[in-house]
Ligand binder design. Structure first.
Ligand SMILES: *Cc1c(COP(=O)(O)O)cnc(C)c1O
Length: 374
């Protein structure tokens, strides 16, 4: 008889490296196990020699890496007997919270900024039955309110201030180390609220048996340092959108503005943890303009077949520029988290592009239209 190999999500996959036990009701949509895709065509365009892999976390069940954290946060909420969860969101956290709450039979309350959410993400929250509260403010206002409401109502916060979120998100690093058989030289990642860069760094640190100040779960006494998978950690590089780059300004940004709505955040909640990740790894933060990130989004889609949302292109965008400038040396092995799927925000992807061509429904017209391009 053959042994079943049904993948059951990242908690089952990494149970011995996560704070769960037999009393934790696992709430999963089989998240994780996302593809690590090697760039084939872009290196020649850049004209430098390097190996770059995209960790396409947009291929999670709700289309972003938020599912990795949400399976942990909602499972731990269920373990406590919570009936409701709450989050502030630029869209993807609310989509994930709504889906996992539906799965768990809980109510999800999501606070979103007025008018700045791509339709795909809003549709997800509504479809999964979340209570959607659009606030007259931005993400940072929503985050402040969520932290206040948790003391006033029986709701569990599932933003990344919930340490279980980062525990789930660290598994992205485990998957990369396993897939490559080693840690990359550089790991590049978009930074908004700064949870994911912290989560990846926790993962890379545990994967090579080292403590990190990016983890707040066990005060420098990590229980998961046995059975290391590798012996090095990457240099962590966090990229922000120029209009929402508090790490570059050295202070919160009052009115963050960028087309990359997922990282339109001025006051990152995981500031200290992300800073620790960059410092411990001898990495850096940098920023890219909206035009640069949109160009990279387009290049990934049209040259590699990888369709991501604008915020997700920031990692590849920054990495390619640092390669061109020699800040990342040739010959490096680089991984880039590509955080969310392009289908989330189709309006931005086609804005300003050539419209579709309308042709008559006869062979001659279609043939002429095709031959024009060959
Ligand atoms: C949430 C999100 C980010 C930012 O991640 P942080 O953990 O907030 O830094 C980047 N890209 C996408 C698509 C996201 O949904």
């Amino acid at each position: 008889m053959s042994k079943a190999t049904h993948y059951q999500g990242l908690i089952e996959r990494y149970r011995d490296r996560l704070p769960v036990d037999e009393n934790t009701p696992v709430v999963s949509l089989n998240e994780g196990d996302t593809p690590l895709i090697k760039l084939q065509n872009i290196p020649a365009i850049i004209g430098k020699s390097f190996e770059m892999y995209v960790k396409f976390d947009g291929q999670n069940p709700t289309g972003s890496f938020k599912d990795r954290g949400m399976t942990m946060a909602v499972s731990k909420a269920a373990e406590k007997g919570a009936k409701a969860i709450v989050c502030a969101s630029t869209g993807n956290t609310s989509a994930a919270a709504a889906a996992y709450a539906a799965r768990a039979g809980m109510t999800a309350f999501v606070l979103i900024p007025e008018g700045k959410i791509p339709m795909g993400k809003l549709a997800q929250a509504i479809a999964h039955g979340a209570v959607v509260l659009q606030i007259r403010g931005n993400f940072d206002d929503g985050m402040r309110l969520v932290k206040e409401i948790a003391g006033e109502a029986p709701v569990e916060i599932v933003n990344s201030v919930n340490p279980y979120r980062l525990q789930g998100q660290k598994t992205g690093a485990f998957e990369i180390v396993e897939a490559l058989g080693r840690a990359p030289d550089y790991h590049c990642i978009p930074v908004g609220n700064a949870g994911n860069i912290s989560g990846y760094w926790i993962g890379y640190s545990e994967a090579c048996g080292q403590n990190t100040a990016s983890c707040t779960l066990c005060d420098g006494n990590c229980p998961y340092l046995e059975n290391p998978m590798t012996d090095t950690r990457p240099i962590m590089v966090g990229y922000q959108a120029a209009g929402a780059a508090p790490f570059m300004r050295g202070a919160p940004v009052e009115k963050p503005e960028t087309v990359a709505t997922a990282i339109r955040i001025g006051n990152p909640q995981s500031w200290d943890l992300a800073k620790a990740a960059v410092e411990e790894s001898s990495g850096w933060f940098d920023e890219v303009t909206d035009q640069e990130l949109l160009d990279t989004q387009s290049m990934l889609a049209s040259k590699e077949g990888i369709f991501c949302e604008p915020a997700s292109a920031v990692s590849v965008c920054g990495a390619l520029r640092d390669l061109r400038d020699g800040k990342i040396p040739e010959g490096s092995l680089i991984t880039c988290t590509v955080t969310g799927h392009g289908l989330k925000d189709t309006a931005t992807a086609i804005e300003g592009r050539d419209p579709v061509q309308t042709v008559d429904a006869d062979l001659a017209s279609v043939k002429a239209a095709i031959l024009k391009h060959l």
